[in-house]
Design a protein around this ligand. Structure first.
Ligand SMILES: NC(=O)c1ccc[n+]([C@@H]2O[C@H](COP(=O)([O-])OP(=O)(O)OC[C@H]3O[C@@H](n4cnc5c(N)ncnc54)[C@H](O)[C@@H]3O)[C@@H](O)[C@H]2O)c1
Length: 271
């Protein structure tokens, strides 16, 4: 079998060689894979999360690719910690070319039973974390330009029970994305969002985990089967199905793209 020829000009548009990418939520799931995908494209990465063991595991995967990984434990719900993340990235790498706000949490409740602590947690991570992450990235990129990628959700486009706070934050992420695109454009800053459909990560494993944290394989298959049944492509996603979109949005191949929401979701939602 011959190796297909990839035109160097095409590959160059998707390359992140020589660039620095900050990724939040990088200890797990989509964020961990985003750090790896960006490193595969040639970037050095600065990775942030509250889960330090998970960050170290991601850093090892990045270093195995021959790229630098700087670990910065960060609670994105605290603006001062996001500012410290940006400062650490600039101190270590001298510039920030890509900033991906991936950290997120979900908690399930009907609106009538919604507790205030969970409400505040979801708002703080998903909304405050994304907003102040964008602000820190814009300030870091205002001389050089750059690409910001936010993470919305299919849940932002489709009302569903039990996720009212989560869905509200993910709808807000789409509007923050357009605001950043509007104010950042004159500085050469692009901002886009992905809105993932059901993607196999620890976040969705909550649906089929036992109280001891182990996975119930029968419940898992039933949920995956149900999700496949809702999708025109009859698929659920892997983290790479999101990070390939993120790479496109981070790269020069998307130089004409800003303020948009890219929905890798097997066609489940087409707003
Ligand atoms: N998996 C899906 O099906 C799906 C669908 C739509 C959207 N999303 C979104 O994708 C993003 C990544 O989710 P995932 O599926 O990889 O889940 P995940 O649970 O595997 O990863 C989320 C990461 O965010 C981190 N995090 C949580 N609170 C934090 C905080 N305060 N500060 C810093 N880091 C924090 C967690 O430690 C974890 O590493 C989230 O924004 C999520 O809402 C996921």
């Amino acid at each position: 079998m011959t190796t297909p020829h990839l035109d160097p000009h095409l590959v160059a548009q998707l390359s992140l060689a020589g660039r620095t990418a900050v990724v939040t939520g990088a200890a797990s799931g989509i964020g961990a894979q985003a750090a790896v995908t960006f490193a595969q494209a040639g970037a050095d990465v600065v990775i942030a999360d509250t889960n330090v063991d998970g960050l170290e595991a991601t850093a090892e995967r990045v270093r195995a690719l021959g790229r630098r990984a700087t670990v910065v434990p960060t609670n994105v719900g605290v603006k001062a910690e996001i500012d410290a993340l940006a400062a650490a990235a600039l101190a270590e790498h001298g510039r920030i070319d890509v900033w991906a706000n991936v950290a997120g949490v979900i908690r399930y409740s009907t609106m009538m039973d919604q507790g205030e602590a969970d409400y505040r947690l979801i708002m703080s991570v998903n909304l405050d974390g994304t907003y102040w992450g964008c602000v820190a990235a814009m300030n870091a990129m205002k001389e050089t330009g750059g690409a910001i990628i936010n993470v919305s959700s299919a849940g932002a486009d489709m009302p569903a029970p039990m996720i009212s706070v989560y869905a509200a934050t993910k709808a807000a992420v789409q509007m923050i994305t357009r605001e950043v695109a509007t104010e950042g454009g004159p500085f050469g800053i692009r901002c886009n969002a992905i809105a993932p459909g059901f993607t196999d990560t620890p976040m969705v494993a909550q649906h089929f985990s036992n109280p001891d944290g182990s996975i119930d394989p029968v419940r898992r298959e039933a949920i995956f089967e149900q999700r496949r049944g809702q999708a025109p492509l009859a698929m659920t996603g892997e983290p790479e199905d999101q990070t390939w979109s993120m790479l496109f949005l981070a790269s020069d191949a998307a130089r004409f793209v800003t303020g948009q929401v890219l929905r890798a979701n097997a066609g489940v939602v087409m707003p």
